[in-house]
Design a protein around this ligand. Structure first.
Ligand code: DX5
Ligand code: ZN
Length: 226
């Protein structure tokens, strides 16, 4: 537990993992106390990169024990949410910018029995969630432009996390505030202090050659910052 009264969740993003050894990679972060497994789905349209579809998620579900946090960086997410839920997604997060009917999309995810998240690109203001916050389980603030791991944290994201925290406090609901991109041991505590409850980290965990050690170091950095 932190001074904020929240326990920060660590969500390693397997985008930066070695897929020839993916079972070992996942088990090592699970053994080190990670909380969620973050799965980045990219379609080559919404973002200029491609990753995987529901088959890979379903296969990973057989070897992982932690909840699956599915981040859909795709156009027309309403066409695929069901397939990812069936594959084992516990949380399904779609992008505000990819939804013509964000409210309907959120209801669809909840009807599938998953937790519903909306993600905001760096140029999309938090205020747009004012009329949606009562329906959300999670707000994902992108602190890089989506599409690739290993990018630099955009400082303005900290202010957006504060705005998201204020929005959630006003709603009186318990909504996770997740932050994704450019987070590592050096800035994790600052992101949490701004109001984040879930930290997504790819390269700073799987890019280190010692994912378990990286998870432990980040946890320690968060504890030391109290
Ligand atoms: C980027 C993805 C992230 C990515 C983050 O579009 O959404 O989840 O894995 O990678 P790092 O932590 O390396 O910035
Ligand atoms: Zn992501």
């Amino acid at each position: 537990m932190s001074v904020t009264g929240r326990t920060t969740k660590i969500a390693p993003s397997v985008l930066s993992a070695d897929f020839t050894r993916i079972a070992d990679e996942i088990r090592s972060v699970e053994g080190a106390g990670a909380d969620w497994i973050h799965l980045d789905v990219m379609d080559g349209h919404f973002v200029p990169n491609l990753t995987w579809g529901p088959k890979i998620v379903a296969d990973l579900r057989r070897i992982a024990t932690l909840p699956f946090d599915c981040h859909l960086m795709i156009e027309e997410p309403e066409r695929y949410a069901g397939a990812f839920r069936e594959a084992g997604a516990d949380t399904i997060t779609v992008h505000w910018e990819a939804c013509r009917h964000a409210h309907r999309m959120v209801q669809q995810i909840k009807e599938l029995g998953a937790k519903a998240g909306i993600s905001l690109n760096p140029a999309t203001p938090v205020a747009l969630l004012e009329d949606l916050v009562d329906d959300l389980d999670l707000i994902l603030i992108m602190s890089v432009n989506p599409g690739f791991g290993g990018q630099r944290f955009i400082p303005r994201a900290l202010e957006k996390v504060r705005e998201a925290r204020a929005l959630v406090e006003r709603s009186g609901r318990s909504v996770e505030i997740e932050v994704d991109g450019g987070i590592g041991v050096e800035n994790a505590a600052a992101v949490v202090a701004a109001g984040a409850s879930v930290l997504v980290m790819g390269s700073s965990i799987f890019g280190t050659g010692d994912p378990a050690g990286a998870v432990r170091r980040i946890r320690r950095a968060l504890e030391d910052s109290h």
